[in-house]
Design a protein around this ligand. Sequence first.
Ligand SMILES: *Cc1c(COP(=O)(O)O)cnc(C)c1O
Length: 438
Amino acid sequence: MASSRRDLAVRATVDQGLLSAAEPVVALLDTAGIRASATALTSAFAAVTDAHVLHAFAVKACPLVPVLRLLHEAGLGVEVASPGELALARAAGIPPGHTVLDSPAKTPAELRQALALGIAVNADNLQELARLDALVASAPTASPLGLRVNPQVGAGSIGALSTATATSKFGVALRDEGARKTVVQAFLERPWLTRMHTHTGSQGVPLALMAEGVGEAYALAEEINHAAGRQQIDTLDIGGGLPVNFASDEETPTYAEYARLLADTAPGLFDGRYRLVTEFGRSLLAKHGTVLARVEYTKTSGGRPIAVTHAGVQLATRTVYAPGSWPLRVLAYDSEGRPRTGEEVVQDVAGPACFAGDLLATGRALPPLRQGDVVAVPDTGAYYFAHHYAYNSLPRPGVHGFTVAEDGAVTFATVRKPQTLAEIVAESGGGEAEALVR
Ligand SMILES: *Cc1c(COP(=O)(O)O)cnc(C)c1O
């Protein structure tokens, strides 16, 4: 269903002139798909618990204001990790009570603003707790406050995205000598510290390891509440990290599987004594984004066919620099936006940037691409086209949401306008041309 919607959308971008020789790369978001993922998430947890759950979308996965607004209407909150992300959330109209601030390097000014706004804050470490001590003493706040712990359960298959290793930079490392005792004491000394936060992983981390990390945080919360003689910790923030299948259109693993696994691993998590916060990012958006790019030229080099397109490192940075960890599918369409069929040949799909490694796919079997064809790169709704990398001063592409009516008619809504050359010049010191020769 998602794939047939995508085929209709590709055709319509060509028909309606969104993708053209003049505008050779665009990004699409499947509005119905995003809504469906939000519903899948809320219903997966509702099926295993009556507890209050705030599903806070990790803004970094898709920092676009209309996306945050759509998710807010679907009942989700946001997790922010910088002043910029907080500004986006506020621009989207997300209420403070639905906003959670995490990040490893919050400045005193950021903390002060968060407490003034009343948004939830998870301290990353003991030095940050000391800053919170001073702020809490100086003015009353509505902000729920928590501490992030690292259960040190181990890594998944992608080191850069494994947040709960023995030496991860995030949270208080629980298994380090004396750390657990220090954390318990930190809570007992601060009656206002009412949340426990952990985020075990991300792409490449197996579900069982994620559940183990959550189970460790839950066990620690139980220990602290027991020592406090009351339900001091009333909220567990279990992070995000559900991995995404980049190999096909199948959405696997599912939120329902993960929620059931959590219920089996730590049944007490869901028995109603704790409120819950989740922070999923990639799994909510990845499947619903597609980059479309025109094939500008085709050639052969060393006998291998190469299609030179307008989508490369500027939109698929991780894939270009770490293709082994981040393979993406490439789908072939003709110049009218109809799926290309025909006998596959092994070819490279290159981007527009001026370095040899700017390849979306190497040695990939695809129907032979021709000049003017369209390539689609699915599964790019999270951490791809919204995370522009300004190599070669390539512009940020326009992002358009689409909906498909029952008769197949496709309607687009602009989510982000394409960046203009004037904007590139202005952001590149265009207003200070004389600065170094004055
Ligand atoms: C990045 C991040 C998330 C979201 O991770 P996904 O893998 O995109 O689901 C959630 N919480 C924290 C603290 C993060 O840093």
